[in-house]
Structure formats: C-alpha cells, structure tokens
Design a protein around this ligand. Structure first.
Ligand SMILES: CCCCCCCCCCCCCCCCCCCCC/C=C/C(=O)SCCNC(=O)CCNC(=O)[C@H](O)C(C)(C)COP(=O)(O)OP(=O)(O)OC[C@H]1O[C@@H](n2cnc3c(N)ncnc32)[C@H](O)[C@@H]1OP(=O)(O)O
Ligand SMILES: Cc1cc2nc3c(=O)[nH]c(=O)nc-3n(C[C@H](O)[C@H](O)[C@H](O)COP(=O)(O)OP(=O)(O)OC[C@H]3O[C@@H](n4cnc5c(N)ncnc54)[C@H](O)[C@@H]3O)c2cc1C
Length: 673
C-alpha cells in the first residue's frame, strides 16, 4: 500500500513530510467526498496536470506584482489561450470543471468571461424563449458575444422594486425605450460591464401605459461587435479599483432613451404582447433566477476560498518553528500550540461543512430549475429561504475563517506572498453581492415567521422547518450522548433555533397587536429576526454535515470525517450556547462537557491536520502562495518572491536623490549649526 497522503514527494521539507506520514486516511478518497465523486476529484487533478504542460498558461509573474491594467490584460491573454485548448482540457458542459480550470489558470481575481459564465448564460437559459435562445444563447455559448448581468444601480441594489432604469413600452413602434433618468439610475457594479462585454441582460422597471410592473430583464447590445465601440445612446465604463477582484472591470452604464425591439424582453415566463397586454409569470419572482443560481453555488465557492486559506495556514504552521513547549526540546512547530489549533481546526471543519451543505443546496436548486422549465414553482420559496440564509451565514463565517488563517501566519500572513489577503478580499465580496447579508437574512426570516405562525395556529410544518413542530426536551441530553451519535447535539441546535424563532415571532406579534404597522414592527424586531435566521441556517449546516458522515461507507474516511464533525458540533454549540443557557436548556456542567469535548477534538484532529487540507487537492498553481507551497520550502522561496519587487530593480531609487538626500543633507547641516 502506498502513502495515504498523496502529496508526499522526495525532497519536500521534512517537517511537512512528517505530518503527511501520520495520515490515517487516503487524501484522494477524501477529495471524492469534498468534490462529490471520485470521478470529479480525478478530473480536477487531470485538468491541473494538463494545464501545467501548457507554458503559455502559467502566470507571467506572481499576480501581486502586477498593476491593475496588467491584471486585466493577463486574465484576457489567458482566456484567449484557453479558448484554443478548451475542448481538450474540460467538458465544457460541466460547470465544476470550468470553475476548476478558471481557478488554476486565472485565479479568483476575475476574467473577462466571469459574469458571462456565471450569470449571463444562466439567465438566458432560464428566461429566454426558444427563439431568443437561438438568437443569443448559442452565440454566447460559442463566445461569439460576451455578456453580463446589469441590475444594480448607483442608488439601488438591495431594493429591486425601486430600480430607476425604466423600460417604457412604445406600442406604436413595438419597442421598449430604456432610459437612465438620473445619476443614481446608472447601472453601477456589474462585473465585466466596463470594458469586456458587448451585451448585457439589463434589469429595468417595466412601464406600460404608465403602469409600473416592477423589474424585468431585457437584452441590450452595448458595443459594436467588430469595433467594440459603445453604440449610440450608451455610456459605459469601468468603476475603478476595488478592495479585490481587480482583474475584473466592474462597470457603469447609462442608457439615454435607447430603443430596443419588443422581442428583446426575456419572455419565457412573462410576456408583453404587441398591443401592450402584460401576461404575468407563473411566479412573481421567476425573473430573479440568475441571483438564485449564484447564491445556490456560493457555499461551494466560499468553501473553496476558506479551504485555500486554511491549506496555506496549516501547511505553513507545520514548517514554522517558534518557541518551546518543553524547554529541553527544540523549538516546536507552531501547529503544536493549542491556540493555533483552536484558531484553525474549527474552520477546517466549517470548510467541509459548507461543501456538504453546498452539495445539498445545488441538488435542490437543480430540481427547482427543472420544475420551473414546466412552470412548476412550488419549491421556489423553500429554495429562496435556504439560499438566502446560507449565502449570508456562509460568507460571514468564511470571512472570519480566512482572517484567522491570515493572523495564524504571523507577519508573513500580512505579506501578499501568503496570498491570503487577496483571497480574503475576493471572498468577502460575497457578503455584499447577490444580496447584502442582512437583507437576505431578513428574507429567510419572512419564511420562518410564516412557519412559526402556522405552528402557533396548530398546523404541522414540514421540510426545512419541520423541527418547529417536533417534540422538544426541556433539558439537553448532550452529556449523555453515546460516542458517534450526534442526535442529542442536533436536538440542542434545534432547540436553540426554535426558541429564537419563537422569541422573534412573539416580539413581532406583540408589536403588531399593540397597533404598530407591520413594516415598523418588523424593523424593530429585525435584529432578533436575523438571529433567528442565522441559528436556523447553522442548524441546517450541522445537519447536512451529519447526514454526509452518516452516508459515508469507507471506514477510514468516515472516522476522519466523524472527528471533524465532532469538533464542528462542539465548537459551533459553544458559539451559540448563550441562547440555550438563557432558558436552562444547557447548564454550566454541560458547558464544561462541551468545552472538554472541543479540546479533546483538537488533539484528535492534530495528526491529520495537514492531510485534511491536502485532501482539497489545491495545487501550487491555484494557491499562488509562497507560504502554502506543497513542498513546505517556504523561506528560500520568500526571498526569491521578493526579488520580483520592482523596487529592487536598482540599488538606489530616484526618490533618494529627489527627496531623501535633500532631507538628510539639510538635517545634517542643521545639526552642525
Ligand atoms: C475561453 C473559455 C475560457 C473558460 C474559462 C472559464 C471561464 C469562466 C467561468 C467560470 C467561473 C468563473 C468564476 C468567477 C466567479 C465570480 C463570482 C462572482 C460573481 C459576483 C456576481 C454578483 C452579481 C450580483 O450581485 S447581481 C445583483 C444581486 N442583487 C441582489 O441580490 C439584490 C437583492 N435583492 C433582492 O433579491 C430583492 O430585492 C429582495 C429579495 C430583497 C426583495 O425582492 P422584492 O421583489 O422587492 O420583494 P417583495 O415584493 O417584497 O417580495 C418578497 C417576497 O418575494 C419572495 N421572493 C423574493 N425573491 C425570491 C426568489 N428568488 N424566489 C422565490 N421567492 C422570492 C420572498 O420570499 C417574499 O415572499 P413572501 O414572504 O411570501 O411575501
Ligand atoms: C464584488 C461585487 C460584484 C458585484 N457584481 C454585480 C453584478 O455583476 N451585477 C450587479 O447587478 N450587481 C453587482 N454587484 C452589486 C451588488 O449586488 C450590490 O452591491 C448588493 O446587492 C448590495 O446592494 P447595495 O449596494 O444597494 O447595498 P445597500 O442596500 O445600500 O446596503 C447598505 C446597508 O443598508 C442595509 N439595508 C439595505 N436595505 C435594507 C433593509 N431592507 N433592511 C435592513 N437593512 C437594509 C444593508 O444591510 C447594508 O448594511 C456587485 C457588488 C460587488 C461588491
């Protein structure tokens, strides 16, 4: 039998090899859990190997040394080369393969086709008629045209019903007139809108006979297909540098009474007839499908960002030696410190949990998408509630985890050589895009309040909120849990979520009964409501993790995942335990039990720590991190990396002659006086 950890190679740093030799599970089999099948895990590695053989696809230099213009150019250059090799490298119908190819070759900072693949094509697939698909979708798929999704405006992103861009139907010419009447009505933020795309699905408020029908989607050609010059009545450009994503040209767009044919409104589910008759869709929110598409996939992209930063931090922590635990022994790997383990391991568990919750979400999304094809919309509310909560909780916890990973690398974590700060910048965009987190938590809260009302009225609720109708124990039985049975843990999470949901519900009801208008009462309860949404979502994540562990067949993988799950449940429970202490569901003694289980878990995870992150099989090319190198040879490569700094091109910079020398000369002269 070969090594269980598949990353072991001759010549690696002995400290990291020592870690890998301790693995109790086959990291490639674990990758099959993370990526949902052995075939998917194999394909990732095959794609990486194939990419490594194409010299033009390698980074010209480490990305942090590139200017914004160079980043945009470099991403576009690689997209050009990729299109020559695309069919040899991936199955173009497999989103996971495309995403992996993107991460290896280009990375997370963006590329000219990002929004084209993530939103433009999906919105056409979901909302275009067959005729419209023939006109635009197939051309888009062949990349004859490049598009984006232009919804957010300078003045409005969250509140879609107040978008100021109008699409007014002109019956006489059978056209829509698209107009941005104010500065704040300009589209502002859409990815790749600024410079790369020549088409966009523009979301605008539909007006027919002066009646407002709310946001609808319209296909708009922005630029000439040959010259790429903006078409008449269109002003378009880049919004400038951002915290991260700087290879992406997020853009602005001003439409000046632009006329487009009636048939440019996406009309699969909703229609405007020639005479201006409006035919409403089977469900009012069907046109929000592109957002739901991205939200449903965000658990996995966030899991990936979190796992990337943890891979960097855990590998580095296994070669970084500093300080002593036993003064008679050599300096220890910083990974030996319990504080370091507590800082990193719970986030490893979260990355796995998000990936498993993500797989369940994508399954539900695929079902709802299929149902919608035939006008069936029953599960749309469930999916919206689930993705709204997960999107918010997962992005927020990912942000926390990445920042802990950065701090755990000490000073070198702050250097771009770690690349963690870039991953952080990219990932935290997710707290805002696809619905600001608080706004989306409040969407889930609407769903939870409806369920709570039903339960109060004596009705039985099922599915994601089924636990609200289930019997509850007054006191948690957590310290009477047999090993490897997590039922009592999950019951405690259920109790906590249930209590908070009803607390928020009762508060809201009381205010409504006192005569407060609904929107005001809602606002006064909104902190409690968002707490309810978070707790409900964290319960779902824990349940999804437990369901996956339950289903695993391979003994060693199951055991390793079980250890992570145990850590996860104890850590997460401690994080939310105050809710259960308040009503005596948990007592002080049980808190001690949870804490000691948590510390025991850290020790259990420790020998496999490097293997848990190696199992994500993130290559050096995609990690782009000196600290996270697979071979552990960090120090000599940090020095090499610094040689890329343009400041090192000469020994003496012009600023010396210009500013520093006069400053020092004058100081010296003054001190002689
Ligand atoms: C050459 C080839 C090379 C190939 C190489 C590879 C290249 C490529 C590709 C691959 C990979 C690249 C990877 C790159 C990754 C990059 C990722 C980053 C992308 C980031 C993109 C970001 C995009 C955006 O941000 S788009 C804009 C998003 N905006 C929002 O999310 C706005 C948020 N607001 C809202 O959604 C709404 O306003 C909302 C929901 C808050 C309120 O809506 P409303 O209509 O005003 O609400 P209301 O009338 O009050 O009704 C509420 C009611 O409606 C229900 N509801 C709402 N939404 C939905 C829904 N979607 N489904 C079902 N029901 C819904 C809601 O539940 C309420 O119901 P009730 O309670 O019953 O009333
Ligand atoms: C990296 C990135 C990429 C993006 N890409 C795209 C894209 O491709 N296409 C596109 O169309 N857009 C895109 N966006 C825009 C993005 O979708 C919006 O910025 C986002 O939906 C938030 O809306 P907002 O900016 O209006 O925030 P605001 O709503 O102005 O948020 C400001 C504050 O107000 C609070 N708030 C607002 N409404 C409520 C409420 N009802 N209740 C309680 N609190 C509230 C929020 O919680 C927040 O704290 C992108 C944004 C980013 C950062």
């Amino acid at each position: 039998m070969g090594n269980l950890n598949k990353e072991i190679r001759d010549g690696d740093h002995p400290d990291i090899t020592e870690e890998r030799l301790k693995s109790t599970f086959d990291t490639h089999k674990m990758a099959a859990q993370i990526y949902n099948s052995q075939r998917a895990a194999d394909r990732r590695n095959e794609i990486t190997s194939a990419v490594l053989k194409i010299p033009e696809l390698q980074d010209i230099k480490p990305l942090p040394f590139l200017s914004r213009e160079e980043k945009v150019e470099e991403a576009a250059r690689k997209i050009g080369i990729l299109s020559e090799h695309l069919y040899d490298l991936v199955n173009v119908n497999d989103g996971a393969e495309l995403y992996h190819l993107n991460n290896v070759v280009i990375g997370g900072e963006g590329n000219p086709l990002a929004l084209h693949g993530v939103m433009f094509i999906p919105v056409l697939q979901a909302q275009a008629t067959d005729e419209q698909k023939k006109k635009w979708l197939y051309r888009a798929m062949k990349r004859e045209i490049i598009g984006t999704y232009a919804q957010t405006e300078m003045g409005h992103g969250s509140n879609l019903r107040k978008l100021e861009t109008t699409a007014t139907y002109d019956k006489a010419t059978e056209e829509f007139v698209l107009n941005s009447p104010t500065t704040t009505s300009m589209k502002w933020w859409p990815g790749n809108l600024g410079k790369s795309t020549n088409y966009a699905v523009v979301v605008a408020t539909l007006i027919i006979n002066e009646k407002d029908y709310g946001p609808h989607s319209f296909m708009v050609q922005l630029r000439d297909e040959n010259t790429h010059k903006p078409l008449p009545n269109i002003e378009v450009g880049d919004i400038g540098p951002k915290m991260a994503y700087n290879a992406t040209d997020n853009g602005f767009l001003k439409l000046n009474h632009l006329r487009i044919p009636r048939t440019n409104m996406l009309m699969k589910h909703v229609k405007v007839e020639k005479d201006g008759t409006y035919i409403k869709p089977p469900h009012a929110k069907m046109s929000y499908s592109a957002m739901v598409h991205v939200r449903a996939h965000m658990n996995n992209t966030m899991a990936y960002f979190l796992a990337s930063s943890l891979t960097i931090a855990v590998r580095y922590s296994s070669i970084r030696r500093q300080g002593h635990i036993n003064p008679k022994e050599p300096e220890v790997k910083v990974l030996e410190y319990q504080t370091q383990q507590h800082r990193l391991f719970p986030h490893i568990a979260r990355a796995y949990a998000f990936s498993f919750a993500g797989a369940e979400t994508v399954r539900l999304y695929e079902k709802v998408k299929k149902d919608m094809e035939s006008g069936e919309t029953e599960l749309m509310a469930d999916l919206h509630a689930l993705t709204s909560g997960l999107k918010s909780v997962v992005t927020y916890l990912t942000m926390q985890g990445i920042e802990q990973a950065r701090q755990s690398c000490g000073g070198h974590g702050y250097s771009m050589a770690s690349y963690i700060s870039e991953i952080y910048g990219i990932a935290i965009g997710g707290c805002t895009y696809e619905g600001e987190n608080m706004v989306m938590l409040l969407q889930l809260a609407r769903y939870l309040m409806k369920a709570a009302k039903a339960v109060k009225e004596g009705k039985k609720v099922e599915g994601l909120v089924g636990y609200l109708s289930a019997p509850d124990n007054r006191h948690s039985l957590i310290d009477r849990t047999p090993e490897k049975s997590y039922d009592t843990y999950l019951k405690t999470f259920e109790h906590i979520a249930r209590q908070q949901i009803f607390r928020a519900f009762d508060k809201l009801e009381k205010m409504l009964t006192s005569g407060l208008p609904h929107s005001e009462a809602w606002n006064k309860c909104s902190v409690e409501l968002t707490r309810a949404s978070r707790l409900h979502t964290r319960l779902f994540i824990a349940q999804a993790f437990a369901r996956r562990v339950h289903d695993v067949v391979d003994f060693h993988i199951k055991e390793a995942l079980d250890d992570l799950l145990h850590l996860h449940l104890n850590y997460e429970l401690l994080d939310v335990a105050s809710y259960a202490l308040e009503d005596g569901h948990l007592c002080g003694e049980q808190m001690n039990f949870i804490r000691s289980e948590l510390y025991r878990s850290l020790g259990k995870i420790r020998p496999n720590a490097v293997s848990y992150v190696d199992a994500w099989e993130l290559s050096d090319m995609e990690l782009r991190s000196v600290l996270g190198r697979r071979d552990g040879h960090v120090y000599e490569n940090l020095y090499k990396w610094a040689q890329n700094s343009s400041l090192n091109r000469t020994d003496v910079l012009p600023v010396f002659e210009k500013y520093l020398k006069p400053l020092m000369m004058s100081a010296r002269k003054n001190s002689k006086l």
